[in-house]
Write a protein that binds this ligand. Structure first.
Ligand SMILES: *Cc1c(COP(=O)(O)O)cnc(C)c1O
Length: 437
């Protein structure tokens, strides 16, 4: 039995989008926002509060995109808002050190044994770009190995068969990246020990670093086996290459020590973003004291930022991370997510639908497949995205906001109440029934 509902009004959003198209390429300031992979005009958001979003047409949604990950505490969190408001009266930027930078660094380093020193930047892209430079500067080698299906931001060296938006658009790399840059980046498949062994044979003593997402979550959720990640740690060490763990999504999502703790490994350089700024633009990279001493002004690897360590952003980060550091925060969120996913899995099993839900921490991903595991990008069938596209429309019509691409994961925040989740489960079940009817 299915319940049909009518399409939500997108009149105002459509008007705004027409205007935006005159100003911005594709009408947006980040490609995936253009809703190219789902139905209809992108929704222009007016405000958010806790787990909810309101668009320009007055439609209300329970949000599972959460600004693509940063909002682990939901929208308009009171403590973060107050910290930001308190800072606003003191000025927006000084281009000089502030105590706030110390406070955020202390909070992070005290709760994260994987890094000894940190440098704040303004985005995840910048964090990863800087980490790559550090690895090259330290090892005096040029080549980087990355994995098909991992996204590390849009710096030149890493826009080589990158995931997320690019896969959605059916491209494998970006125009404008010099071939000479791409030549320094080797792309191999995830979850393939032989490919790793081969690459270290083929490029002996040339590989500065291997970079991997803590848990690949930008092109589906490709949860890697523990023994594979530990093998990756070993083989990089044996070959004098650094291991960069890009924890821009997983950092502060799977606890303060992120996926490094989950896999029980010590990467050489870690990158952060998203949650770290409490919703403000902050990124960071960290490593041992020795490695970080290579960074300017201590060392020869140059990296700087006019707005790096911005006081308002630091205040937001401190407020957010102070809440996350409280005993039991992550356990509770993971339990909530586990129960949510379990309920959906039972429903799917009952109905015999070909859907798998993969999950780790408070991240979940719907895969329209009957495969038990998906650990490599090429195991995702692009044709299956048609199901997601249909489900996405049904969900929006029922007041549930998921990311506008089937390659994107969903997030549960601490602001999602039991009531929100129970209602969402009902709406998801209805939507799936409609997709398969
Ligand atoms: C989002 C993301 C980035 C890029 O961060 P931006 O802040 O968008 O530049 C890099 N790496 C990973 C793993 C990400 O999820």
């Amino acid at each position: 039995m299915t319940t049909t509902v009518s399409d939500i009004s997108r009149e105002k959003s459509a008007e705004l989008f027409e205007k935006a198209k005159q100003y911005f390429p594709g009408g947006v300031n980040s490609p995936v926002r253009a809703f190219k992979s789902v139905y209809g005009t992108p929704l222009f958001i007016e405000r958010g509060d806790k787990a909810r979003l309101w668009d320009a047409d007055g439609n209300e949604f329970i949000d599972y995109c959460c600004s693509w990950g940063p909002l682990i505490l939901g929208h308009n969190n009171e403590e973060i808002r107050e910290a930001v408001q308190n800072q606003l009266g003191k000025g927006l930027s000084f281009g000089a050190p502030t105590a706030l930078e110390n406070d955020l660094a202390e909070l992070i380093l005290k709760n994260n044994s994987k890094i000894e020193k940190i440098r704040f930047v303004s985005s995840g892209t910048e964090a990863v770009m800087s980490a790559i430079r550090l690895a090259r500067g330290y090892t005096k080698r040029d080549k980087i190995v990355k994995f098909e299906g991992c996204y590390h931001g849009h710096s030149d060296s890493l826009l080589v068969k990158a995931g997320s938006g690019l896969v959605t658009f059916g491209e494998t790399s970006s125009a404008g990246v010099p071939k000479a840059f791409a030549d320094e980046t080797i792309v191999i498949a995830l979850n393939d020990k032989e490919a790793l062994e081969q690459v270290f044979k083929d490029f002996k003593d040339q590989i500065a670093a291997v970079i991997i997402e803590g848990v690949p979550a930008n092109n589906g959720l490709l949860i890697q086996d523990k023994d594979y990640i530990q093998f990756l740690r070993e083989i990089t060490k044996q070959n004098g290459s650094l291991l960069i763990f890009d924890e821009v999504i997983t950092g502060f999502r799977l606890g303060f020590e992120g996926a490094s703790k989950y896999y029980d490994i010590q990467p050489d350089i870690l990158t952060y973003g998203k949650i770290i700024g409490g919703g403000m633009p902050v990124g960071a990279y960290g490593a041992s004291r020795e490695l970080m001493s290579c960074i300017s002004p201590d060392g020869a690897v140059y990296q700087a930022g006019t707005l790096a360590g911005n006081p308002v952003a630091m205040a937001a980060g401190i407020a957010a991370l102070s809440i996350l550091a409280k005993e039991g925060f992550y356990e509770k969120l993971e339990q909530t997510t586990g129960a949510f996913v379990d309920e959906l899995r039972s429903f799917i099993a009952e109905r015999n639908y070909q859907i798998k839900i993969f999950t780790i921490g408070s991240i979940f991903w719907f895969a329209f497949t009957d495969q038990e595991k998906i650990q490599r990008a090429d195991q995702i069938d692009p044709a299956s995205m048609e199901f997601y596209k249909k489900m996405h429309r049904e969900l929006l019509n029922r007041g549930i906001y998921f990311g506008p691409s089937g390659y994107e994961v969903g997030f549960i925040s601490a602001a999602h109440t039991q009531e929100d989740l129970t209602h969402t489960l009902l709406m998801i079940k209805e939507s799936i029934d409609v997709v398969y009817q």
